[in-house]
Structure formats: C-alpha cells, structure tokens
Design a protein around this ligand. Structure first.
Ligand code: MRU
Length: 348
C-alpha cells in the first residue's frame, strides 16, 4: 500500500501527490510554512491526511518558536496561520487545535518548551497511527453493509493517499476485497484535478483491486448499465444533522444513486464531524483558481479569460445518505440523533 507521509529525523516527508501517477517524489518539510504550502498546493490532500500533516506541522512550528519569550502566544499564531491553508476539511483545524490545547495544558503544568515539543511529537505520531487503526475498523463496519459481489462507485480519492493508510471509502473497499466480497470499483476521474484518475485508479491498480476508470459524466449511466449496487465516498466535514461536504461532484453522484435506488454511504472518522455546526449550510466551501478549469496542467483547454466557477467541494444533504460509516459503527437517519449519540460517546 502506498505511503502518504512519514516523520523522519524530526522532519515531515510528504509524497508529492500532484506528480502522481507519473512520478514518485518526496518533499522534506523542515518548517511549518512548508507544510502549509504543501496543503495549499494539494501536494498533501484528503481530510485525514491534511489533519495528520497539520499535527506534525505544529511540532515543526513549536520548534521554530521555542526560544520566544511568549512561546504559547507564538505557537497560537502558528496554529492560526496553518488552519487558513484550506477551509473545508475540518480535520486540519481539529488536529492543529488539539496540539495547541495540549501545549496549553503542559505549559500550565510548568513544562519546558522542549518537553512540550516532545509531547507534541508523540501526539502527532499517535494521530498518525490512530488514523490507520480507525480506517481498518471503518473498513470492517463498511464491508459488512456492502452486498456480496459488490460493484461500488466512488468519487475523488478517499484512499491510503488521503489518509495515513488504508483509506476511508477505499478502506471499506479494501476490506470488502480482502473478504472476497468485491467484484468491481468504478472510479470517477474527478475533474478538475483528477484525484480519481491519478490517485484512486493508481492505488487500486497497484494493489490488484479490480478498478474501472470513468469520467465524471459517465457515473449515472454506469449506475444504470453496470450493476452498481453501492456508492461509497469520503468526507471533508459532516454537520450535526449529517449534511456532508466532500469533493465537488459528490452531490450529483448522490442524486443519481437515489434515482437508481442505490445505497449511498459516507465513510469518515469522527475527526471529520463538526458538531458545532447545525447544517451543511454553515460549511465553508473552498473556491480555487480559475485556471484549474481553463487549463489541464499547462495545456489551455478553454478561452483565456472566460468566467469560471471552481468550488472544490459540495454538500450532500443528509436525506440522500443511506449511512455514515465511522470507526464506531454505521450511523443511520435520523442523523441529528445518531450524531448526538456519537458525540456523547466521544465525550465519555
Ligand atoms: O481536494 P482534496 O483532494 O483534498 O479533496 C479530497 C476529498 O474530497 C476526499 O474525498 C475527502 O477528503 C475524504 S479523504 C478520506
């Protein structure tokens, strides 16, 4: 299984996902700003992977400000700067805030900056390891709800590359494959940046999992003609009522699944839930540069200067979602209640 990042001798080494599948190149980040830039450029992307990268970036940032008289104030500035890298995936702020809260607590116990940095490093490594454990658990829960001879359609990349390993939606697919339950995965290519074609098809193909690549506008017809019997996608942020932000195009896939009577599942760890927002209307949607749509890499594919709308995510209303697969089981409607129970469980 492909590796997304590693912590090596005090630096964060990231696989440059913008170059896949043609090139395998690694980026060594020795300061937090380089991690922030990697998140902005999508060199590291996918909600859980961004969260883990942010946790390690906080270690780098803490090291950079260790000698400042106001160590905590300076670390808070690092946190505030880091979380502006991308707005939609809540895992970014979740991890950075968790690290900052740990620093505040240890500072209150009179720990030195060096001791705090060591604790932040251990916490980041734990976030990384826990992510893989949670994905495997989600995989088991998710595989159990898939039909035998599953023909699954997925959108974007919610795989090992979007996480610390195994994947969320692709984790479910991997577990189903391991159990002999998977017949085929249809992967949407995912315009404009082709995470489905470049990353999902790459990951599954490398691992020998049966995958067929389709363009985004083929999804409804594929559902109708190819026996698709489940859709599984990841998430960037889930509101308290179950409305879910994920890669642009997910909403259309959910509508098409509904029209064909196909179950539509979200797979996401609890770090992707934003219990503070009531509905998806409050999820900030990132809009990216027009040239991502007017060009394909360096090739111009539309008139220069034509107006472009380029939202990176959309919100699928909860009523289109059959179940939300988490590391604690599969949540069902009414989501306001099942999500409230999940929140209570996490607080215990
Ligand atoms: O813009 P990206 O590539 O970061 O978008 C990624 C997605 O939308 C994924 O589906 C989502 O983060 C879930 S990843 C397990």
């Amino acid at each position: 299984m492909v590796e997304t990042m590693r912590w090596e001798q005090g630096s964060l080494v990231l696989l440059d996902q913008t170059l896949l599948p043609q090139k395998i190149e690694w980026i060594t980040c020795v300061d937090y700003k380089r991690v922030k830039v990697a998140i902005e450029r999508l060199e590291v992307r996918g909600a859980p992977a961004i969260g883990a990268a942010a946790a390690f970036a906080m270690v780098l940032g803490a090291r950079e400000v260790a000698d400042k008289p106001d160590f905590l104030g300076a670390l808070d500035a690092v946190r505030a700067d880091l979380i502006t890298a991308r707005p939609t995936a809540v895992n970014l702020a979740w991890a950075a805030n968790l690290q900052y809260a740990l620093a505040v607590r240890l500072n209150g116990e009179d720990k030195s900056p060096a001791a705090i940095i060591k604790a932040l490093e251990e916490k980041a490594e734990q976030i990384y390891a826990d992510d893989i454990t949670m994905n495997k658990r989600m995989g088991e829960y998710g595989a159990a709800v898939l039909p035998d001879a599953a023909v699954v359609l997925t959108h974007c990349n919610a795989g090992a590359l979007a996480t610390c390993g195994w994947g969320t939606a692709l984790g479910v697919i991997r577990s189903a494959y391991a159990q002999g339950k998977l017949k085929m995965v249809y992967a949407d290519e995912t315009r404009p940046l082709l995470q489905g074609a470049r990353l999902t098809a790459f990951e599954l193909f490398e691992d020998g999992i049966p995958v067929t690549l389709i363009t985004d506008n083929m999804a409804a017809w594929t559902m109708r003609t190819k026996g698709v019997n489940a859709v599984v996608v990841g998430a960037d942020r889930i509101a308290a009522n179950g409305d879910t932000a994920n890669k642009i195009g997910t909403y259309g896939v959910a509508l098409a699944a509904k029209a064909h009577g196909i179950p539509f599942y979200i797979a996401a760890p609890t770090s992707t839930f934003d219990f503070s927002i009531a509905t998806g209307a409050q999820i900030p949607i990132e809009e990216r540069k027009a040239n991502e749509v007017r060009h394909f890499r360096s090739e111009q594919t539309a008139p220069e200067g034509v107006a472009v709308f380029n939202p990176a995510f959309d919100v699928t209303p909860a009523e289109l979602i059959t179940g939300i697969i988490t590391e604690h089981g599969v949540l069902k409607a009414p989501y306001t209640e099942s999500i409230k129970k999940l929140q209570a469980l996490l607080q215990d």
